[in-house]
Write a protein that binds this ligand. Structure first.
Ligand SMILES: Cc1cc2nc3c(=O)[nH]c(=O)nc-3n(C[C@H](O)[C@H](O)[C@H](O)COP(=O)(O)OP(=O)(O)OC[C@H]3O[C@@H](n4cnc5c(N)ncnc54)[C@H](O)[C@@H]3O)c2cc1C
Length: 431
């Protein structure tokens, strides 16, 4: 699954010189940690029936390999490079992270994504954790030794947080957490849960609070993973979870009581910005595989790529990649310049650009994946083909992290198009 060295697109990446060490670390990690495990698990990665176990969950061997890769990447301080040094990261800004992400995702969709923290890892919510949460939760998550889930969405509450029913009520100094969350990534394997709940209904942006706890410690005490969903991209990793009147101590709160909305907005912004290198890397992978295919596939005694119709498909894929990558780097530059990407609150124009970045990346990656599948013909439709897998992933990306329609609504609102005063509660969407 390795990307061919120095493709025409490789020559256009131009990473800054100061990133040479971390990009070399990524290359070494891929060679030493990822590629051998992908080879050992090739039969599972290439066959959906072996990728999942009999319950439809991601197979334990793949979960174990991912965890080993996370830990190895943690040891080299690649896994959490985006976090500030005081938390154990490398303190890289968004611009720098785009180059790192596109290198990681440029290897395709095998085990390589485990090299970098995603929603199950060291997310910026850790910036709001207290000292007493550091040893048990923050440090192991930053080092890739534990995984987390992030539970916001419910069946009846996705695009609008204010529809949320999961709540935590005070009992003495404790909190009683009750509710159900849906579509949660890493729902059955997470060591740590980070859960958003209503703590003061009707209090505007002070309505919600984040809680964090050890999932295994609470398994017999009201915490319950439910079924695993069978998603279109067969991840075996997305499910539902229940909180049956769980008793949580005050020390389980992330940040302050009532700060959940602001922390959620910050997390979603991060998820949206994170699309940049991910979509660029995966698009680059798809374009390179498509170039190889149209040069080697002979149809009617000449390469497929000799046809103008096919050439234009490839040209359009390149235009999408270049446009969105350029936009992402420009948005990242304007985010990094005023200070660290995780600062709060953010000005409206910056929020607008982050939403634009998500829409642009999701949709251009989807177009690239669609065209890549087309040039692969029947082989692209086969389930065990990485082109097909990335097409499914690309379609999915337009939903989580706040749907692309919600991004457009925010863009319009920050341009001054907000008319319904009765719905003036601050908006945040997507898990
Ligand atoms: C694979 C996967 C993984 C996920 N992982 C997580 C996770 O780890 N944690 C988590 O909390 N959540 C997670 N989610 C949930 C995800 O964030 C939600 O599905 C998403 O926010 C949309 O919410 P919904 O499904 O309720 O759709 P709805 O809110 O019902 O929206 C349905 C459609 O209506 C559109 N729509 C809604 N409101 C408006 C409006 N005002 N104007 C115009 N159009 C609108 C939406 O864009 C969408 O197209 C995941 C989802 C998926 C598919």
């Amino acid at each position: 699954m390795a990307t061919a060295a120095l493709s025409p697109l490789d020559q256009e990446l131009h990473p800054p010189a100061h990133l040479k060490p971390i990009l070399a670390d990524v290359g070494a990690l891929y060679r030493d940690e990822v590629a051998p495990r992908e080879a050992a698990l090739a039969h599972r990665l290439a066959d959906e029936s072996q990728f999942l176990d009999t319950d439809g969950k991601l197979h334990p061997e793949i979960l174990a390999a991912r965890r080993e890769i996370m830990r190895a990447a943690g040891k080299k301080n690649v896994y959490s490079a985006h976090l500030p040094e005081r938390l154990g990261g490398r303190g890289l800004g968004r611009t720098d992270m785009i180059y790192v992400e596109e290198k990681v995702y440029g290897y395709g969709c095998g085990l390589n994504p485990a090299l970098l923290s995603w929603s199950e890892g060291a997310t910026p919510r850790l910036l709001y954790c207290h000292d007493h949460q550091r040893e048990q939760f923050v440090d192991p998550l930053v080092r890739g030794e534990k995984t987390s889930l992030h539970a916001v969405t419910e069946i009846g509450a996705g695009s609008n947080l204010f529809d949320m029913k999961t709540h935590a009520k005070r009992r003495g100094r404790d909190w009683i957490l009750s509710g159900t969350k849906a579509y949660i990534t890493n729902a059955f394997d997470a060591d740590v849960a980070q859960v958003l709940a209503v703590t003061e209904a009707g209090a505007g942006r002070r309505t919600f609070t984040y809680f964090m706890f050890d999932t295994r410690e609470y398994l017999q005490k009201g915490y319950r993973p439910g079924r695993v969903y069978q998603t279109m991209f067969g991840d075996g990793y997305t499910g539902e979870i229940f909180f049956d009147d769980m008793v949580l101590p005050e020390s389980a709160v992330i940040g302050e009581v009532g700060q959940g909305f602001d922390i959620a907005v910050m997390s979603f912004n991060y998820t949206r910005m994170r699309r940049a290198g991910m979509c660029s890397g995966w698009s680059k992978y798809l374009i390179e595989r498509s170039l190889e295919r149209v040069q080697s596939r002979i149809v009617g005694e000449r390469p497929l790529g000799a046809n103008q119709g096919i050439q234009w498909l490839l040209a359009d894929m390149y235009v999408d990649w270049l446009q969105t990558r350029s936009l992402s780097l420009e948005v990242a530059r304007t985010i990094d310049n005023p200070g660290p990407w995780y600062r709060m609150p953010r000005p409206k124009d910056e929020i607008r650009r982050i939403c634009a970045l998500k829409v642009s990346n999701d949709e251009s990656f989807y177009r690239v994946a669609d065209r890549a599948l087309q040039v692969h013909g029947g082989s692209g439709v086969m389930r065990n083909n990485p082109i097909n897998k990335l097409f499914q992933i690309a379609r999915n990306l337009r939903i989580p992290g706040g749907t692309d329609e919600v991004q457009r609504t925010t863009i319009a609102e920050t341009l001054g198009l907000r008319f319904d005063a009765s719905k003036s509660a601050p908006k945040a969407a997507g898990g």
